[in-house]
Design a protein around this ligand. Sequence first.
Ligand SMILES: Nc1nc2c(ncn2[C@@H]2O[C@H](COP(=O)(O)OP(=O)(O)OP(=O)(O)O)[C@@H](O)[C@H]2O)c(=O)[nH]1
Ligand SMILES: [Mg+2]
Length: 393
Amino acid sequence: MQTTPTAERVHIALLGRCNSGKSTLLNALTAQQSAIVSPIAGTTTDPVRKAIEIHGLGAALLIDTPGLDDSSTLGEERVSRTAKVLDQTDIAIILFTDAGYDIEQQIIEECRVREITTIAVLAQADRIADVEALRRDIESRINAPVIVLSAETGEGLATLKERLGTLRATDQRLITEGFCAAGDSVLLVMPQDKSAPKGRLIQPQVQTIRELLDRGCTITCCTPDGMAAALSALKRSPELIITDSQAFEQVYSLKPADSTLTSFSILFARYKGDIELFTEGVKALKNITATSRILIAEACTHTPQNEDIGRVKLPRLLRKRFGEELQIDIVGGAEYPDDLTPYDLVIHCGACMFNRRHVLSRVERARKQGVAITNYGVILAALSGILDRVRIK
Ligand SMILES: Nc1nc2c(ncn2[C@@H]2O[C@H](COP(=O)(O)OP(=O)(O)OP(=O)(O)O)[C@@H](O)[C@H]2O)c(=O)[nH]1
Ligand SMILES: [Mg+2]
């Protein structure tokens, strides 16, 4: 894998009213003309995403958004798209100008409620008459420092980058947190069957290997068929064994008694979502009947492997268990409904394309509405009787 996957990048949104200079700032921060800039209000019609490395912060994704005050016919749709950007935002840069404060203050409030880190900037400072007075006024209203910025003169850009460099995404965590420690031996049993991509490992496997190396663990990799040989080549039992759900039974039967066993999907359900809520969510299965309604939600609209699980495998398993009439709705991409209450259970995909905050925004919607939610990995583990036999946290 050549670059950091988008889902692993800190998501930084640029928010403000039309013509505040969001697109100009994106271009200035990336030193590229990626976003269209113009004096016409409503130039940016869809969020524009650009990968960037920020010293101190690391791999990030800048998201330019349509103006928050767009009142044109299509404006409402644009504003709602911008609001959805908040669902995935780790850090919000709010652009103030001399055109008013109300929308900016509202968005700062919204970010505070959602515990999104905010940075307020006063944009286009070169064309504001009394910058200092305006800056002080805004600071007292929002009770936070404001960085004075001009994309025209370059003023404040370095300060903004430095500020970003001091921030950490609020929920940075490890995939294998609590499962192993430095010096541990970890055995990865990874089936490479026909559905595995040619010539490379899938992203969860790559990320786990990289993290274990960083944590000072020693790693042994094998396929299920090579597991017995791998174990006998090791001087002691591995502290941890991680495998794929599909190989579980074989791995379980060979597992030394003193090794801990878990699966990639359990680790990623923890890393990306809320494992406690997901394991709680599968308990809703005991109340499912042939007349229940289940929502299967996919993060992306195109990955064939996910489609296979979400569109074929899971519905088949569920209908076999609860009856052919079971109502299953499948949504993909941004279609996740605002109202989840018609459903008895929501099953979300592993969300390899989403950052953690995005998954948690969706999980939170279900939790608030009192609807049980789980994910592919956890429900498959439950349906195949694995869940009780692996370590989940
Ligand atoms: N003088 C000056 N002009 C700026 C600055 N930043 C942006 N502009 C100008 O302001 C206008 C709007 O800039 P954009 O970057 O397109 O603004 P936006 O917030 O992306 O606007 P929408 O996409 O319509 O929401 C353009 O004409 C820019 O050249 C600045 O720092 N100084
Ligand atoms: Mg724009």
